[in-house]
Design a protein around this ligand. Structure first.
Ligand code: ZN
Length: 333
């Protein structure tokens, strides 16, 4: 048993309380390799933004749970080296799908876990979530739960259709499970293809796809039922067109990739939405930078020469999100 407190990590309780009061959101960035983690920590340290490092089940399988935990521990020290005196870094399990997986993360130094039982019938979702909460809270680890189903594909999580969260269920769910935050479905979606062209309209000037707006009425109704309760948005990458264009220009093939417009996320961040998950955008930045080097310098074979630019582009992306979309800069001095 390792406590996250020994590793210098924090849970989400105070982060979220401050974010709701302050009208901003905490970035939750997924990571599974060193360059991504360096970019996240550099961006957070330079902007003094609290940050959630997310590890999915797929990332655990890819990078090894033990290694990831030591990387997160190293991230705290790296942040201090960068001059961030009191780093606010949370290590969070993204989309835990069983009690055993969540328990293993709690026992292993994670400061926060998500139990995603949203695909189960309502009563089973409550029972499993409560079981995880009861265990995690003994160690002061915070728990995120989910109600409603997001469309899209993210590692092993996938669904063809989305079901909006039913606002009439949230009070019962939050009360009976004791969860610390709630992921809801209001039209965000996992992956880089959040909407089909048929679901979108086209901007007559640019010819680009314009996705349907998020269901802010559902969010408003949830906030009315659960005033001040931390709300989480998954699948909130914006799929920046500049990265998609770069990828396509340098030999990639991402036709009609589309994400959530940043102005909608900006609006959400000002509400009780206090955690916004971003994964695909960093994958796109990484790939775009690597493809550019490969296309322009075919003789290059030193991984540092293409992973380095990828890291730089991701750092730029994370800083942009922190400062211009979530508003979390300067919130963890
Ligand atoms: Zn997710």
């Amino acid at each position: 048993m390792v406590s996250y407190k020994e590793l210098g990590l924090v849970n989400t309780r105070e982060m979220f309380a401050k974010a709701i009061k302050g009208g901003y959101a905490i970035p939750a960035f997924n990571f599974n390799n060193m360059e991504q983690l360096q970019a996240i920590i550099k961006a957070s340290a330079e902007t003094k933004s609290p940050v959630i490092l997310q590890v999915s089940k797929g990332a655990r399988n890819y990078a090894n749970q033990t290694l990831l935990r030591y990387m997160a521990q190293g991230a705290v020290e790296y942040a201090k080296e960068l001059g961030w005196e009191h780093p606010q870094i949370c290590l969070h399990l993204d989309h835990g799908d069983s009690f055993e997986l969540c328990k293993s993360c709690v026992d292993f130094g994670f400061s926060s876990v998500m139990i995603d039982a949203s695909s189960l019938p309502y009563e089973e979702n409550i029972a499993l979530t409560k079981k995880v909460v009861d265990y995690a809270h003994q160690y002061d680890v915070t728990v995120e739960a989910e109600l409603g189903v997001l469309a899209g594909v993210e590692d092993e999580v996938s669904s063809a259709v989305s079901h909006y969260t039913k606002p009439e269920e949230v009070v019962d769910f939050a009360t009976r499970t004791g969860c610390d935050s709630l992921a809801i479905s209001i039209g965000t979606s996992h992956g880089a293809y959040k909407f089909t062209p048929e679901q979108c309209t086209r901007d007559p000037k640019t010819g680009r796809l314009v996705p349907p707006p998020l269901a802010f009425d559902v969010l408003d109704a949830v906030m009315e039922k659960l005033p001040g309760f931390p709300i989480v948005l998954h699948g909130s990458s914006s799929v920046p067109q500049e990265y998609v264009d770069m990828i396509n220009q340098y030999g990639g093939k991402l036709p009609d990739a589309v994400g959530i417009p940043e102005e909608q996320l900006r609006k959400a961040a000002k509400s009780a939405v206090c955690k916004i998950n971003i994964d695909s955008d960093s994958r796109l930045a990484f790939t775009a930078a690597v493809r550019k080097v490969f296309a322009e310098k075919p003789a290059e074979f030193d991984p540092r020469k293409y992973c380095g630019p990828a890291r730089d582009l991701m750092t730029e992306l994370y800083k942009h999100k922190i400062i211009n979309v979530l508003g979390s800069d300067g919130k963890a001095e």
